[in-house]
Each structure stands twice: as C-alpha cells, then as structure tokens.
Design a protein around this ligand. Structure first.
Ligand code: UDP
Length: 239
C-alpha cells in the first residue's frame, strides 16, 4: 500500500503512533521498552517490538477472518503496523480464564484457579489514576461509552476469547487473561492496540511456565527467551 509515515502523534510506553499521508490511517511503531506497575519499573526487552508487532498482526488477521473488526490494515516492517485511525475509548477490557495477578490479590483465590465462565473486567485508561476498575454505571457516569457500545464491547471481548483461546491452545499456550482496547471510526467500533505477551498472560499448557510479561514484572529471568518462544509458537518462524 502506498502510504507514507509522517509526524509523531503520540508516544506511549511501548509504542509510538505516527500520522500518515492518509488521514484515516496511522502507523504503530513497536518499541523494545518495557514498563510495569504504572511505569515504576522500567527496562528493555530486546526484540520485544518485533515479536509484539508480528504476533499482533497474526492474531488480528485471525480475528478479522472470524468476523471481529480490528484496526489492522497491514504490516509495513518488523516494527511497523499500518492501522485504521481510531478515536480510542478510554476503557481497558480484561478477559480472564484463569485466576492471576490483580484478580488473585482482590479475591484471595490462588493464582492458577480455573474460572468456569470467563470474567470481563473494565478499567479506566488513566495513568495518573492508576487505571481504576469501573462498573457499567461508572462508564455511563463518565460518558466513556454508550450503553450500546458497552454491550458490543463486552460481547466482542468474549468472542475474541472464544477465537484466541482454542487457537493458542493448539500452539501449547494457555490463555490465562488478556487486555483489549477498542475505538471508534465513523459509526463503527474496532479492536485496537495490540495482542501480545505484553498484554496477555500465556502459560505453557503442560509445564505452566509463564511465557509473558510476568517474567519481567516478577524478575523471573528468561524474559527475551519467553517472548521468542511465544513468537515461534504463534507466528512460526524465528524473530
Ligand atoms: N494488562 C495490560 N495492561 C494493563 C493492565 C493489565 O496489558 O495496564 C494485562 C496483563 O498483562 C494481564 C491482564 O491484563 O494479561 C490482567 O492484568 P491484571 O489485572 O492481573 O494486572 P496486574 O496484576 O498484572 O497488574
């Protein structure tokens, strides 16, 4: 596609978003920078940007084929993804299949406890506030999304889970939980952001070894190796 990268629009913790010669398209550039605990912990995971870009592209393509609208338009390079420009909804939706992380802390359930019916949680996308949890009434109160949008968002989050969970299982990965972001373009909603070991918890199906950002968050070592292993299993060829 003949689209040129233009000025930087926004720089986040793990990605940079650039304008393009097309007003309805942006480029997401994936960095190796890693942060955790609301940026209190910082570091670099060598090769992460390539893994996250390529893995997101593979999963967005799979979701697109399954009828989930995503912002993915194409891969420009190892670290650059062409995307539909979205007005991001300031909600992070988390889907959980197994208890881990903040859910273990909040409920006292042991990490690794299976969840019979997937749980969807909503958080406000706000670094200064530390992403507080929201219920549907808070979403309405803050005017973050209309009731129809919220219904679509919850349903689509669950649908994404029903596509990704069995696929990742065939690659020997247990999809423990993951975070999604959505946005508007015209009158339609799309899945945005990325789906990667930064935004998912992925455990080896057999050994339950953690193959995701928890290796960085919890200083478990073997961080780069885990990202490369996920890449190998999901995308196929080495990064
Ligand atoms: N997550 C994310 N960005 C966030 C918060 C969470 O991508 O700002 C992902 C995280 O990688 C995990 C899932 O969402 O796969 C659930 O995270 P949790 O609520 O357990 O938060 P944590 O305890 O990891 O901070």
């Amino acid at each position: 596609m003949n689209v040129e990268r233009r000025e930087k629009l926004y720089e986040g913790k793990a990605k940079i978003v650039y304008a393009t010669s097309r007003p309805d398209m942006v480029v997401q550039y994936f960095k190796d920078d890693a942060t955790a605990f609301n940026a209190l912990k910082r570091g670099t995971i060598v090769g992460k940007g390539v893994v996250n870009n390529r893995m997101s592209a593979a999963l967005f393509t799979r979701l697109g084929r399954a009828g989930v609208p995503t912002h993915y338009l194409g891969t420009l390079s190892d670290r650059e993804m062409l995307c539909r420009r979205l007005e991001i909804i300031k909600i992070e939706a988390i889907v959980r299949n197994v208890v881990a992380g903040s859910l273990a802390k909040r409920t006292g359930l042991e990490e690794g406890t299976p969840i019979k019916q997937p749980v969807v949680e909503l958080y406000l996308k706000s670094d200064p506030l530390g992403d507080p949890m929201l219920n549907d009434d808070h979403v309405r109160m803050l005017g973050l999304a209309t009731p129809a949008e919220l219904l679509w968002l919850r349903r689509t989050a669950l649908r994404i889970n029903t596509v990704l969970r069995p696929f990742l299982k065939t690659r020997g990965l247990l999809l423990v939980d993951f975070k999604l972001e959505f946005g508007r373009s015209g009158r339609k909603l799309y899945l945005g952001d990325e789906i990667s070991p930064d935004t998912c918890r992925l455990w080896d199906v057999k050994t339950r070894e953690k193959l995701d950002k928890d290796r960085f968050r919890r200083d478990l070592g073997g961080v780069e190796e885990a990202y490369q292993e996920v890449f190998r299993r999901v995308v196929g060829t080495p990064a």
